[in-house]
Design a protein around this ligand. Structure first.
Ligand code: PEP
Length: 238
């Protein structure tokens, strides 16, 4: 399995980020990725060292056309991105993105030479009703397109109720979902994939979470905005 990955999702934040601080993050065992707002990609790519990859937070499924306000995967690539997050729950909720659209975005990302980070996760209601594994299985089947490989695709398990709330599933619950995801992917594609956990990952819980089997790093929102917190998480990833 590839190295572990600490991926920061800055969401619609970052203008006041300490870029000089991020530029000094050392090249360690854990791979680093920052996904800033797309307008910041070129400047971060030129200011950060090569061992810190840069990603987008979304892309359109088409390569070009009349899609006001959208950005294509190729545009992200040209701007300096190597990765793109697709299907984040905030986009699924606020923009009505479906699993089918997410799959098309992932394909568009590969066609542009980007690695897609496909996000899936259950609601609190799904979890309390015991539906988590069913919901995850359905989302995985429909959001991950045919032809996915462990080089073009990373999966982020992000329980929606854990994002930005300070709450996380138990370690056993995270382990159960990650192992189910890995089983489904290996049956479908004949390979093991890199799986990230996302949802209120912090310096205090990063070590325990990333020590779970089939957790290969984190997708980190709030705690990726301050370089000291991000660095502490990177240090804690085992
Ligand atoms: C996210 O938005 O992908 C995320 C995991 O956010 P946070 O770490 O703030 O919960």
């Amino acid at each position: 399995m590839a190295r572990k990955l600490a991926a920061g999702n800055w969401k619609m934040n970052g203008l006041d980020a300490d870029i000089d601080g991020f530029a000094t993050l050392p090249d360690t065992e854990t791979e680093l990725l920052i996904c800033p707002p797309s307008t910041m990609i070129p400047s971060l790519r030129s200011q950060l060292p090569e061992h810190i990859a840069i990603g987008g937070q979304d892309c359109h499924s088409e390569t070009t056309g009349a899609y006001t306000g959208d950005i294509s995967a190729q545009m992200l690539r040209i701007a300096g991105a190597s990765h793109v997050i697709v299907g984040h729950s905030e986009r699924r909720e606020a923009h009505g993105e479906t699993d089918q659209q997410v799959a098309l975005k992932a394909k568009a990302a590969w066609d542009a030479g980007l690695t897609s980070i496909i996000c899936i996760g259950e609601t609190l209601e799904d979890r309390t009703e015991g539906q988590t594994l069913d919901v995850i299985g359905t989302a995985l089947a429909a959001s991950v397109p045919e032809g996915a490989t462990n080089e073009t695709t990373i999966i982020a398990y992000e329980p929606i109720w854990a994002i930005g709330t300070g709450r996380t599933p138990t370690l056993a619950q995270i382990g159960e979902v990650h192992s189910a995801i890995q089983d489904i992917l290996s049956e479908r594609f004949g390979a093991a994939f890199r799986l990230l956990y996302g949802g209120s990952m912090k310096p205090e819980n990063a070590s325990a979470i990333t020590s779970i089997d089939n957790v290969h790093g984190g997708l980190i929102g709030g705690a990726s905005l301050k370089v000291a917190d991000f660095q502490a998480i990177v240090d804690a990833i085992t």
